[in-house]
Design a protein around this ligand. Sequence first.
Ligand code: URP
Ligand code: ZN
Ligand code: ZN
Length: 456
Amino acid sequence: MKTLIKNGTVVTGGKSFRADVLVSGETIERVGTDLCTEADRVIDAEGCYVMAGFIDTHTHFDLDLGTTVTADNFPTGTRAAVAGGTTTVLDFATQDRGMTMQEALDLWHKKAEGSSCNYGFHMAVSEWNGDRIAEIRPMVDQGVTSFKMYMVYDSMRVDDGAMYDALKRTADLGCIIGVHCENYYLLQQKIRECREAGLTGPTAHPLSRPDIVEGEAVGRLMRIAQLAGTPAWVVHLSTEAGLEEARRAKARGQEIYLETCPQYLVLDDSCFSEPDGAKYVMSPPPRKKADQDALLDALGKDEIDFIGTDHCSFTMEQKALGKDDFTKIPNGGAGTQNRAQLVHTAAVRTGRITIEQMAELLSGNAAKVFGMYPKKGLIAEGSDADIVIFDPAAEETISYRTNLHNCDNSPYEGMHTVGKARDVLLNGELVVQNGTVIRTGTGRFVFRGKSLRPNR
Ligand code: URP
Ligand code: ZN
Ligand code: ZN
């Protein structure tokens, strides 16, 4: 089966140029001007960008918190993801205490059956001991080359020594570790202060996690990575305070990777006062306008490497588990479908980043850092035919009613966006046409290799 994408502007590898793209089977066969060839299908991309399929570096599908399970599983979450132009999600397989990484990986492979986009797994690790250390290499041998550790959440957090040791032991294997950076003890104290002040609702959530709670933790991770002599990846960076710590580490010569999320670019903490404020309870929380501005500025300066969504959806009924106690509101929001349209609207159309930067932030950089390049993250001969045809003029007002997430709320409800995925090819097959998902369940596991570590 040959598909010819004609008349579009290819945006890839930091450049844009007019070119046609010929797909043969699952692979890009040729990129060039006026490709006159016999094709089984011709797609006219006039007025659109032709980009490497987007990679969502951060999703939580079918995640069991103990009190409740995320509203989206892999079939629903990946259907929404691909509708938004995401052809690969990197979900967090989670090794709960008392479980091996292998058990977690096997479980996540089962959960991911029936996915509508391609998927890989980071392994979230809740304990660090001889047994877990022995599992790192088998994970690498099975295509899992990135890990996450948490500084908070009672059931997941590990101490600084564990992080230091994990960083040291994994870097030589070509792995990268991401850390959820918040200061656990400051957070506990701030929660106590909120309770003493009689604050029980969603507005207490950002008060209990001020920017310094993240900033201190990012600074600490930077020093831990410096001591280990390894790269580190800060997941869901949300504050200027954290950004400044990362800048200091980079100025010392450290190799640091930063991820932020759309919620930290388009939402601010005034949202918590809305009647359905619980839907915004996610960690870290949306911040101040000054933080938004600092992150947008950093995106424009190529100081941030990728934008993932941290999609972790809960219905309003689930959010109501914390109606009398904000610490019991399940943390997270729905967003994997909306990432590209939000970034295009809030960052490209406002002139904060270029369309070429958007392509790298949504796909190219992640493919490199997470061991998928040049098969993914690039429009070039020989690359996988995971392709998005992105219409920069398409308008939409986001609503949970039209989103494909299995969720009755959206943090972006009512936001007007300009720019949207029109058509998507997944493994060479047309799966989204004119914004409608026309083929489901064909996503595959992405076996990832060593991190290319482009910031070295
Ligand atoms: O609130 C969030 N982000 N929930 C998902 C877990 C995490 O910390 O990434
Ligand atoms: Zn996290
Ligand atoms: Zn997360």
